[in-house]
Design a protein around this ligand. Structure first.
Ligand code: SP5
Ligand code: ZN
Length: 343
């Protein structure tokens, strides 16, 4: 199986994150990708290649052009204002403010317009890192266009919280959505996305919510009690042409393999009925029992079972790395999904 990986992820390294009222090192750190890559190599999963450059066009198929231009230019503007620390938003268009009013011209205002939380710090190398992360995903997708039945985009930063014109939750560009749209643009009639990250894939859901050419299914912590709090309920079933093509499986804190796998079973049946031409897995392994920010109880062997069940679908499957913060374990857990799938 092919893995695509770029060292450019190191260029994105946020200094700190506000957790329980205290600034502490970002959970989303470069060593995450190192651990996964090391495990891919240790298990001899196959070739690891650097990404090719597919340009901005496939990114602009899912993201708003002005938003992308903002991401590209934000650090230079911040530096020109004399700053050197991370660029982090603190003001957001919340209730009864003008979410869709004039976009502020001041950098901080524009950043707030394009953000939903404080968890996507922009650093000097962030643009290069997120651009390369998207190219990692696209290179893995291109490999499948050439006939492979699986591939792994070892993306960092992750993407599933980012929507058409917003960032948050460690995410800037939605790698899974970008490759999904690429499949469609290359002639796929239908693509399914299964998001197994602990957190609801609010960005991915938003991007395809009113479309019937993409089925989105997400298994995650119940937003009543878990980030991102404001999307991911079971009654969100899609809109317009997309009605009936969005499936959320919110699960309680403490969920282990029994509860989790029941949701997986239901999601897999929905996906099988949909008969997509390709499947994209948003592969977060923050469902792990020792994840520092999550409350599910999956254990390492469960990830083998996860991969095995996904393989039963018999679909060309593209794995895109998302979350997972128990750094020492995420290599084993992510690679277990891939090895379970390979059989
Ligand atoms: C891609 C991804 O997995 N993004 C996740 C963003 C989650 N951010 C919320 C972090 C909240 C951490 N609260 C931890 C409390 C520990 N006492
Ligand atoms: Zn997550």
């Amino acid at each position: 199986m092919l893995t695509v990986y770029s060292d450019d992820h190191r260029l994105h390294f946020g200094q700190s994150e506000l957790v329980d009222g205290k600034l502490q090192p970002c959970f989303e750190m470069p060593s995450r990708a190192d651990t996964v890559l090391a495990r891919v190599r240790q298990q001899n999963l196959g070739e690891v290649i650097a990404p090719r450059d597919f340009g901005l066009e496939p990114i602009l198929r899912v993201h708003d052009r002005r938003y992308v231009e903002f991401l590209k230019g934000a650090w230079a503007r911040w530096a020109a204002e004399g700053h050197s620390g991370d660029l982090v938003s603190t003001t957001f268009p919340g209730r009864r403010l003008r979410r869709d009013g004039p976009i502020p011209t001041a950098l901080m205002g524009e950043l707030g317009h394009y953000s939903f939380d404080t968890e996507a710090p922009i650093t000097a190398g962030t643009w290069q890192a997120i651009y390369s992360s998207a190219q990692v995903a696209l290179t893995a997708q291109d490999h499948m266009r050439q006939g492979a039945n699986m591939a792994f985009g070892l993306c960092r930063p992750p993407g599933h919280h980012a929507g058409s014109d917003f960032m948050g939750g460690y995410c800037f560009l939605n790698n899974a959505a970008i490759v999904t749209q690429a499949f469609l643009d290359q002639g796929a009639r239908r693509v399914a996305i299964l998001d197994v990250d602990y957190h609801h894939g609010n960005g991915t859901q938003e991007l395809f919510y009113n479309r019937d050419d993409v089925l989105f299914a997400s298994i995650h912590g119940d937003p009543l009690v878990e980030y991102p709090y404001f999307l991911g309920h079971a009654d969100e079933r899609g809109e317009g042409a997309g009605e009936g093509f969005n499936f959320n499986y919110p699960l309680p804190h403490g969920t282990g393999w029994d509860g989790w796998s029941a949701a997986l079973e239901d999601a897999c049946r929905k996906i099988a009925d949909y008969a997509p031409d390709a499947l994209v897995i948003s592969l977060g392994v923050d469902t792990y029992k020792d994840d520092p920010i999550s409350q599910f109880k999956l254990d390492s062997p469960d990830y083998l079972r996860m991969g095995q069940r996904i393989a039963v679908l018999g679909l060309p499957t593209l794995f895109i790395m998302e979350g997972g913060y128990a750094v020492e374990a995420i290599g084993v857990n992510a690679v277990n999904v891939l090895q379970g799938f390979e059989g």
